[in-house]
Design a protein around this ligand. Structure first.
Ligand SMILES: [Zn+2]
Length: 470
């Protein structure tokens, strides 16, 4: 039994306790400093909005949108990116009775829903027939796409509706994406307005007149669709009539390269028919039905590309770093990447993307490229060789002024040998205090406002609270 501690054991216990307390203390202090740094870093990080323009402005009219699509399809036929094509046929289940009118019989409605289920993943009779009528097709890089991509040329006056989307909004606090702007965030309670952003692609939706459909789809017209309804051993279909109700074309276009990324053709069809049901030797009756069918053709285009992991990189004079190039293309041999620096006195690059900076500050562009089917694919990174700004300090964080009085603030970037030492000054409320490009603050009218300095390198921001009295 050892319920009585010896002196040695007690001493050991005290030492262990002291060590644990010391370790916890160190963790607390480190954590506190880390937390403090996070808070200061928040104050210091203030990147500007960077909304890149597209290669062409968004189409403003239906005619422009049609022209863009024609050009993009023509380019695709010539440069032959990889294409995936998927076709499907489905029952539109919206509306009363799940979209199927079949008087008198719930069982029939259920049955029809099953037989006409989405093609491609159905073992049901009609689903199977339709999926066989629409085999998935595709082409690899450099293969002929002419037989796969549909002819997407149609008169602009066939367009009834037109929409081009590429703007969206992001909450600066929780990064929630939204289609509409807002002054505050319902999701996270943030009180800052959403930031406007651009998608990389224009998403363009065209609604076409129904008679345009015949030229666009694989099953060219309503009769060809009606012919698919031949029935099986258990039922016969007769008196089929179909009518195209809606036709939409949705395509995504890369805003910078104008490459076609995807194309979706979709139409809805009202179909009426008479179904005759058979048991082994006898008729089980006839039943008129109406249902709405959807037909969808989806094309996905994957273009060869080269993307660098960085597009701006700053490195210290004399130091090394490296860039990574991600290549998308079928044939890795055809896609041999070469590297080039625009100014080897600033930075050199080897055949693997390893960089070595010169001794003096400067800026150069490093480009990686490869050629496929006579076309060059490349990406560029701007290399800034410099001593980077790591923080920004201000000579005072509180300033009192009289109306008309002027005092100059001094903002100092660290380290002292930073290459770019300049800062940009601005004031929250120029009606209370104004600030010039040298940090000279002038009281304009009584009140309180904040003057900021923003380092031109690294976008560190510091603030000074300014109180103006009569
Ligand atoms: Zn939010």
């Amino acid at each position: 039994m050892k319920n009585k501690e010896t002196d040695a054991e007690r001493r050991k216990g005290r030492i262990v306790t002291a060590v644990v307390v010391a370790i916890l203390g160190v963790i607390f202090v480190v954590g506190f400093i880390w937390g403090l740094n996070m808070v200061l870093a928040l104050e210091g990080s203030y990147p500007p909005n960077d909304l890149t323009e597209g290669a062409v402005p968004p189409p403003a009219t239906a005619a422009e949108a049609v022209k863009l699509l024609e050009n993009a399809a023509e380019t695709a036929a010539k440069e032959q990116p990889k294409i995936g094509a998927h076709h499907s046929f489905y029952v539109v289940r919206d509306g009363e009775n799940g979209g199927i009118e079949a008087p008198g019989s719930d069982a029939l409605r259920t049955y029809l829903g099953l037989v006409a289920d989405t093609a491609g993943n159905s073992s049901q009779p009609l689903g199977k027939l339709l999926s066989e009528a629409y085999p998935d097709r595709g082409a690899g890089y450099g293969e002929d796409t002419a037989a796969i991509l549909p002819e997407v040329s149609f008169p602009a006056d066939a367009v009834e509706g037109f929409k081009c989307e590429y703007i969206y909004y992001v909450c600066p606090v929780c990064e929630l994406e939204s289609q509409t702007p807002a002054d505050s965030c319902e999701e996270c309670g943030g009180t800052r307005p959403y930031v406007m952003k651009y998608h990389d692609e224009y998403t363009i939706t065209l609604t076409l007149k129904s008679d345009t459909a015949d030229g666009l789809f694989i099953k060219k017209n309503a009769e060809e669709i009606a012919d698919l309804f031949i029935g099986t051993g258990s039922f016969k279909v007769s008196g089929v009539s179909t009518e195209t109700k809606t036709v939409t074309v949705v395509y995504k276009l890369d805003r910078l390269s104008l490459e076609l990324r995807s194309l979706i053709l979709e139409r809805t069809i009202a179909a009426d028919a008479t179904l005759s049901f058979f048991a082994e030797y006898e008729s089980l009756g006839r039943q008129p039905v109406s249902l709405t069918l959807g037909e969808k053709e989806e094309y996905t285009l994957t273009w060869p590309s080269l993307t660098l992991n960085r597009h701006v990189l700053s490195i210290e004079p004399g130091s090394t770093d490296n860039l990574l190039a991600t290549v998308v293309c079928a044939d890795p041999l055809a896609a041999e990447v070469t590297w080039e620096s625009s100014d080897e006195s600033v930075v050199t690059v080897d055949e693997e993307g390893y960089l070595k900076a010169g001794k003096e500050p400067g800026t150069a562009e490093v480009t990686a490229r490869f050629t496929f089917r006579g076309k060059e694919y490349s990406d560029t990174c701007r290399i800034e060789v410099k001593v980077s700004v790591e923080s920004l300090s201000l000579n005072t964080r509180k300033l009192k002024l009289k109306t008309g009085e002027e005092k100059t603030l001094t903002a100092k970037p660290s380290p002292s040998d930073a290459t770019v030492k300049s800062v940009t000054w601005y004031t929250e409320d120029p009606d209370i205090a104004k600030v010039d490009e040298n940090g000279a603050v002038t009281g304009v009218a009584p009140g309180k406002t904040t003057v900021y300095a923003l380092s031109d390198d690294g976008w560190f921001r510091v603030s000074c609270e300014v109180t103006v009295n009569e």
